[in-house]
Design a protein around this ligand. Sequence first.
Ligand code: PLP
Length: 389
Amino acid sequence: MTMSLSSAARSDLLVRGYSRRSFGRIATLLAAGATVQAMTRSAKAAILPSGINFAGMTRLGSNECWTGPFPEAARAGAAAVFESNRYDPTGHMRDDLVRTAADVEQVPQTHIMPWCGSSDPLARAIVTFCSPERGLVTADPSYEAGWVASEWLKLPLAKVPLSAKNHYRTDVRAMLAADPNAGVYYICSPNNPTGTLTPLRDIAWLVEHKPAGSVVLVDEAYIHFSNAPSAVELVRQNKDVIVLRTFSKMFAMAGMRLGLTFARPDLHERMMRYDGRNETQMLPVPAMACGTMSLTMKSAIDARREEMIAARTMTFRHLRARGIHFIPSDANMFVIDWKKPAAPIKDAFLKQNIVIGRSWPIWPNASRISVGSMDEMKTFCTVLDRVTG
Ligand SMILES: Cc1ncc(COP(=O)(O)O)c(C=O)c1O
């Protein structure tokens, strides 16, 4: 799929120091709608498991939800399939989604934009607020889609290692020191892969001290699993903050594609410049129906979080009893430090029909494990004993 950039977008990109040569790469990135689709083969391989037939396997590798969407929401989505001959069957499905999110998050509707997942707005934020002069700063390890976008566009990239001293939390002061003139400071909270939270006061500190013209991009893909206060609070205060949310995790809609961003209207407007429109259009109808209902299902969200915590707690107990080092987590994933290369261990799990998550180059001895159902985690523990015994 090709996409041509609007003339407003082209002149804005030139002013910010992008070369004409980079226009094609930017168009590819944005037209793909998901960063991974525009990536090089090796970068892609780092994120996506490839060539595996998952049938019959215990899948603890991609931080997906272990079960489907909330049944009531799924039924609303299924009913909407039959009306999906229309771009928007009622003419106000998109408005319903935005209004519902505004009610739940107590944010003006003007500050919400729906998307087909959160990968697209993540990539756009990099294109929009970074430039060859103003790069991206991120923790390491952290979710790599933004890094991949910045590498694809040849933008400056500063990675700040997580450390035990800081409880593996994103260190906002070190991030600012790493590049005091960046365009985007990306904070994933809870962080993928560690599941560690960045306290809201730290994010607020960064927002107050960051350079003018930059944004703090807070990726809250896993926030519902933690019950922590959201950085949407800073959006309510009209700060230079963009909050990314996806329906792919707690709401179990990874294959349906839905996401939201929360930000001041002028920030959203700049992100939309490449489409020549002020808002996203034509979202998947079943996803909107399912997602709108999911947002309101507080007791189902709480119950699913508790279910995940029970499975995670059982697993942590098992790891502790065997002296296996792991990082305590506030999300549906955690990191195990095997104290030896993780790649052969991942292969050994695979031979036992368990897919565990990837390693990051900075921590080659560590693997990310997604938290599955209690039964899946019991299977994981049994196989762990076999693999490490
Ligand atoms: C931290 C984080 N952000 C964003 C995404 C992208 O989510 P999606 O495009 O499915 O909404 C993921 C997916 O795993 C993620 O882990």
